[in-house]
Ligand binder design. Sequence first.
Ligand code: PLP
Length: 399
Amino acid sequence: MKFNPAEKIQDLQYFGEFGGVNPSISDSSTYTFLSAKTMFDTFEGNADGCYLYSRHSSPSNLYLGEALAAMEGTETANVAASGMGAITPVLLQLCNAGDEIVSSRTIYGGTYAFLKNFTPKLGIKTKFVDITKLAVVENAITANTKVLYCESVSNPLLEVADIKGLSVLAKKYNLKLVVDNTFSPLSISPAKLGADIVCHSLTKFINGSSDTVGGVVCGTQEFINDLRNVNDGASMLLGSTMDSLRAASVLKNLRTLHIRMKQHSYNANYLAEKFQNDGLKTVYPSLASHPSHELFKSMMNTEYGFGGMLTIDVGSLEKANELMELMQHNNLGYLAVSLGFYKTLFSAPGSSTSSEIPEEEQKEMGLSDGLIRFSIGLDNDIERTYQMMKTCMEQVGVL
Ligand code: PLP
């Protein structure tokens, strides 16, 4: 039977401790033990079902983790205080001084900065490559490589990673394939395509209401136990823990993710086709002009579409800024970073979310000044939105 991530979420059944249809929210940082022996066993990781301290785990965080693991089809998951709070411990857990990472060069600016500027301080080196070229990826692998890192759909260029192909390489060289699936929840299920570990910034589509940051690592029980280990677990020791109240609210929002993703995808597809027909340089994976259109199609869970992110290139940063300010003025969305909100969000990544990437490298990877990244909202009447956007584009002279 075909894997359907939203059904996996729906099939979970929770009962609150008083029979509530929502699990009760755990409101404790620490937990009592009836016997000192059980406390010792819990520290050793040998007392299933017991809680120790909420930086380690809490009932609310485990409920959310269970739902996200079901969605990604992994054994289990660990939630974190932010997307970066999920990604950074994963890489630090997998790599020691002297190890190397082969990473896609088009990734979220914060992750890029972590790999480029921070991990070298710990003796961990990263080679940044064009992830769409498997031969280039393979060439970059050395005896010291431990991790292949990519985003399923990259931020902001919307490059698509061949997860199956990368997983074959990972197996061949005994590496872990870590995939950030923030841009394509439900549409792509990386673990089902061979990824070892799947991360998300929950801040984006999954929570969907731009009211919190959050993150998750989905993987095997063994790896998640490693992250939580009291002696050497990077999540436990670095302490990027999600608060229980937030875990409960993200879990509630997760239940509507399938409906929201369908609408985000429908609207983004509608606008992408219109913009392209109008002659704008448009990037969206549903378009036949997208270099990885067929690859995305071959990997996707069809009913959730090609996602809510699209880019257009309006030629210069000045034009991009003028257009974004006018669209915001006309209530078409917000000039803001981040994604996955009910309103459309737009920003120029070269001077915002990817500004950590040096200008020279931005040029090399095709990130131009005039690029606008859109996270398309849940607008009910997308034709009306299109007409209004078109008027703005005509006004600033990009159409
Ligand atoms: N991964 C991707 C693809 C992102 O776009 C972001 C944030 O923009 C992150 C990770 C980091 O997530 P957070 O801001 O929740 O730490």
